[in-house]
Design a protein around this ligand. Structure first.
Ligand code: ATP
Length: 213
């Protein structure tokens, strides 16, 4: 039985096809039993999402309603303090046990900033890192030490993700989607259509709530 589960964190302000489609392709390519979408609680010193936590959660629920691959995890939204990915993955590992194969999914842009994340090295102690392609970002790190870190953990064999509980970085060959939540917010602000960028049910909710106007 396929045991590999993956967590997919982000702001999801709003969730869009650039989140969903690469991950669906990834699940087919490498075999993922479950992808858990986890909207984050944004730290006070960072730009706050335009939609509330409840609205971001609702949009994810609508987007995944007919997609059994995905589930939603509300743990970061329920906290009243911002949480670090390293801490959340430590908790998840404790819940799942030492042997379970776990992964964290990020886009290429997030790989570039990953070494600046709090306790980034400890994240790989608890999970694999799976990187989806995103247009406009290089696949090499700017700093030599970060590139060395990347190469030390890199695998080109997805089987490793199924055999080992954690510790590998896999650069997946997922399709490119030139979509960002920023682009969607900007388009809506200018009264432009976004129907090809996110699920219809999410768009209907955005209209109903008058979001991003
Ligand atoms: P914003 O434009 O508000 O910064 P975003 O579209 O980048 O938002 P996030 O919620 O910040 O979306 O992203 C969550 C995760 O999804 C990140 O790991 C990010 O790299 C990844 N991601 C977002 N859009 C894409 C895309 N088009 N292709 C691949 N990965 C993506």
């Amino acid at each position: 039985m396929n045991q590999l589960q993956a967590l997919f964190g982000g702001t999801f302000d709003p969730v869009h096809y650039g989140h969903l489609k690469p991950v669906e392709a990834l699940a087919n390519q490498i075999g993922l039993s479950r992808v858990i979408i986890m909207p984050n609680n944004v730290p006070p010193h960072r730009a706050q999402p335009e939609a509330s936590s409840q609205q971001r959660k609702k949009m994810v629920e609508l987007a995944i309603a007919d997609k059994p691959l995905f589930t939603l995890d509300e743990r970061e939204l329920r906290r009243d303090t911002p949480s670090y990915t390293a801490q959340t993955l430590q908790e998840w590992r404790e819940e799942q046990g030492a042997q379970r194969q776990l992964a964290f999914i990020i886009g290429q842009d997030s790989l570039l900033t990953f070494p600046t994340w709090h306790h980034y090295e400890s994240i790989l102690d608890n999970c694999h890192l799976i990187v989806c392609r995103r247009p406009g970002y290089p696949l090499t790190m700017e700093q030599e030490s970060h590139q060395q870190w990347l190469e030390a953990h890199l695998t080109t064999n997805p089987e490793d993700l199924h055999v080992l509980p954690a510790g590998r970085i896999y650069l997946a060959e997922t399709p490119w989607f030139n979509i960002s939540a920023t682009l969607i917010r900007e388009r809506l602000e200018h009264g432009e259509k976004c129907d090809d960028l996110l699920p219809e049910s999410v768009m209907a909710y955005i209209n109903e709530q008058g979001l991003y106007r």
